[in-house]
Ligand binder design. Structure first.
Ligand code: SAM
Length: 261
């Protein structure tokens, strides 16, 4: 982990949101106490709504993005309702643990990277394949390769190329590695953070990330990518630099952006 990593974790909106819920707790207690003194008793749901209201107000004050206010407000009552539903259905606590572990292994550092798992599809893979220079073997990587669909597809289409993917979250990485093994694919899947790679080792870098990641991606690509290499990003543009080409894939809002180095 780099020295900047703990700072990035504390700055992550999800971590700040959690801290604000903790900060809201004594304010909620004080509010419920004052209301009780004034003769207004709260149900458990009322208490959860007061907690949510304080957390939402603090999130607004702290400058979190507007959608966090709704999430912060709804989180405590949603937790309470889930608990009541579990009691009604007699679900064992282990069911919550199992769901939590599944989500953890699927999303892993999404709270920090702000890039969740979401797959691209066949039409995107076809568009990417059409953009690859056909006259020479290439080293191609999907940074954040998910279940490995794009890499496995390109490995089939381009037997002359070296295909790899890198993925941070353990479950998608495991699934992609197993898919490669079971299908006898040459594609390689690494588990790790693409920040640790040198993009200079690749001719083509493909990214399907999120708006939050694009500034950092551009700075890394500009530092490391070699002349003649290509950066592709599905759906998300880079504010700092206009793309050299745009290809419409699934619909007019979802574009494959291309930068030539
Ligand atoms: C939107 S999905 C795209 C999946 C795949 N590339 C596709 O086209 O179907 C983004 C993936 O990037 C992974 N990811 C996010 N940040 C990463 C990082 N810094 N290093 C490696 N993988 C990352 C996420 O875990 C997620 O699986």
């Amino acid at each position: 982990m780099s020295a900047a990593a703990p700072r990035r974790i504390w700055r992550a909106p999800a971590v700040r949101a959690l801290l604000l819920q903790i900060l809201a707790f004594p304010l909620m207690l004080a509010t419920v106490w004052l209301l009780a003194r004034a003769g207004i008793r709260q149900s458990l749901l009322g208490v959860a709504l007061v907690q949510g209201a304080w957390a939402a107000a603090l999130s607004w004050r702290a400058g979190l993005a507007s959608w966090w206010r709704a999430i912060q407000f709804l989180f405590p009552p949603a937790l309470l309702l889930a608990r009541q539903a579990a009691d009604a259905l007699a679900l064992p606590p282990a069911a919550f643990l199992a769901v939590f572990l599944f989500m953890l292994l699927l999303y892993w550092s999404t709270f920090r990277t702000q890039v969740p798992y979401y797959p691209s599809g066949r039409r995107v893979w076809e568009a990417v394949a059409r953009q690859l220079p056909a006259d020479r073997p290439l080293r191609i990587i999907d940074i954040g390769s998910g279940l490995g669909g794009l890499v496995l597809d390109l490995a089939r289409r381009r037997p002359d190329c070296e295909l790899s993917g890198i993925e941070l979250a353990p479950l998608p990485w495991l699934a992609s590695s197993l898919r490669a093994k079971l299908s006898g694919s040459r594609a390689r899947f690494l588990r790790g953070d693409y920040e640790t790679l040198n993009f200079g080792n690749y001719d083509v870098v493909f990214a399907y990330l999120s708006p939050a990641a694009m500034g950092g991606l551009w700075r890394k690509a500009a530092r490391e990518m070699r002349p003649g290499s290509v950066l592709l990003s599905y759906e998300f543009a880079i504010a700092e630099r206009e793309p050299d080409r745009r290809v419409v894939t699934t619909d007019s809002r979802k574009i494959l952006y291309i930068w030539d180095f």
